[in-house]
Ligand binder design. Structure first.
Ligand code: ARG
Length: 459
């Protein structure tokens, strides 16, 4: 494609080193749609006749169908998807094909293709996030009474509804989805017409190209347009943080499935055995999800380091943007549905959760709050309940088994109604503030999420 200036062929080593066709072939549909829109603009500009456009459109859709059907031979000598398609088109239709690259460079072409690909990927990932959110919401809805200890420092803190715990992940995932939706605004900018870096002396109607390809905006600086990869960095950050959230969810599930916790069991379909220890059921999906967060974060770092220090404008380094991008998208798209399935089929052990949550130590804060309601300043009540806890541990006696006389020895403010505080059910019901885990709050959150997720557009 650049033979004019060269006397010898490219070295085989360089061909193998520089090719991107092995991974950018997945851009073919976008490349072809972009070329058809570009060809239409060339007609309006008087560069192509309608007849030449028709030949190009038929040629390109034929190539697309052949690639769809697996009947297309990609050639690494043609380096990338852009040159593979253009060269095949010219082979098929001749002279008209050779006019297609007028007023275009692979620099604006690859930016166009990648942006179109990213729009679709974001839509698909957001839909998959919604499916996982629904799986969590439905699991929460199916276990409205389940309680478990809430932990800080992985030490038992206070009892919470199981639903509240699951809905915390629904919130995190919603931020991931919103972040990608926001990034999509900056993806949805049409770069074609920027040429190699300085536009072209042949002026095309860029707005009509953008309209045909469904872009919301046009890039306004040709140099920025061919060198900008911020939108990929944003997506990779969004997917990196999504990966971290999924990793944390995975870690909770791994803990819950240990004999020590025994809060949950994963289905046979979503666990694996050990080749040595016959009793094992391993939570591999959750572990691999936790593990794959490493590559998601790595892909972001990889791109940022690639971008650092690049002079304006396009540099071949930028070809290194695609593998991290594709890998993160593939990883997210593989992980999200599996996590959704695994949670849907997970069985929880209500009674062992409840037993753990019934540890009266978890209600120490509630006793301190009780004293506050009786007029004791919180710092004093914290101190009193601290001493009471030490007593309870020393004597091996639960709060509810300590007599009222003994309790009054710790504070005159105690009376018989303190024993009412020592019920998990009441403790949860009392947590009515916005965002707190009362059963009423959890139920209305489930309703809110169901409506919200229902209304999300599907790809
Ligand atoms: N395969 C290239 C990439 O991904 C396409 C653009 C090539 N541009 C160039 N001037 N060599 O970046």
């Amino acid at each position: 494609m650049w033979k004019g200036r060269f006397e010898t062929d490219t070295s085989d080593r360089l061909v193998a080193f520089g090719e991107s066709i092995s991974f950018d072939q997945r851009l073919y549909r976008h490349d072809i749609a972009g070329s058809i829109a570009h060809a239409r603009a060339l007609v309006s500009a008087g560069i192509l006749t309608q007849d030449e456009f028709d030949q190009i459109e038929i040629g390109l859709t034929g190539i697309r169908d052949d690639i769809d059907a697996g009947n297309f031979e990609f050639k690494i000598e043609l380096e990338d998807i852009h040159m593979n398609i253009e060269s095949e088109l010219t082979k098929r239709i001749g002279a008209a094909g050779a006019k297609l690259h007028t007023a275009r460079s692979r620099n604006d072409q690859v930016a166009l293709d990648t942006r179109m690909y990213c729009r679709d990927a974001i839509d698909a990932i957001r839909e998959a996030i919604g499916v996982l959110q629904s799986s969590l919401v439905e699991h929460a809805a199916a276990h409205p009474d389940a309680v478990l200890p809430g932990y800080t420092h992985l030490q038992r803190g206070q009892p919470v509804l199981y639903a509240h715990h699951l809905l915390a992940y629904v919130e995190m995932l919603d931020r991931d989805s919103a972040r990608l939706e926001d990034a999509r605004v900056r993806v949805d900018v049409m770069p074609l017409g920027s040429g190699a870096l300085a536009g072209s002396t042949i002026c095309l109607d860029r707005q009509s190209v953008a309209d045909e390809l469904g872009f919301a905006a046009l890039s306004q600086n040709s140099m920025d347009a061919v060198s900008d990869r911020d939108y990929i960095a944003e997506i990779l950050f969004g997917l990196g943080l999504l990966g971290i959230h999924l990793s944390r969810l995975g870690e909770d599930l791994i803990l819950w499935c240990t004999a020590e916790f025994d809060f949950a069991r994963l289905s046979d379909a979503h666990t694996t055995g050990s080749s040595l220890m016959p009793q094992k059921k391993n939570p591999d999906i959750a572990e691999l999800t936790r593990g794959k967060s490493g590559r998601l974060v790595g892909n972001l770092v990889s791109l940022l380091v690639t971008l650092k220090g690049l002079p304006m404008t396009y540099n071949r380094d930028l070809q290194e943007d695609k593998e991290p991008l594709f890998d993160s998208i593939d990883t997210a798209m593989a992980t999200l549905p599996l996590m959704a399935d695994m949670i849907r089929d997970m069985v929880i052990n209500d009674s062992s959760m409840r037993a753990a949550a019934s540890d009266e130590m978890l209600l120490a804060t509630d006793i301190a709050d009780y004293l506050v309601r009786k007029g004791v300043p919180f710092r004093d009540s914290h101190d009193i309940v601290g001493s009471l806890t030490a007593h309870s541990v020393r004597e091996g006696v639960a709060f509810s088994a300590i007599s009222i006389e003994t309790l009054r020895g710790f504070s005159e403010a105690f009376s018989e109604d303190v024993y009412d505080v020592l019920q998990v059910k009441g403790a949860l019901a009392a947590r009515q503030g916005i965002g707190a885990p009362s059963p009423e709050n959890c139920a209305s959150q489930i309703t809110r999420w169901r409506t919200d997720l229902e209304e999300r557009p599907k790809v």
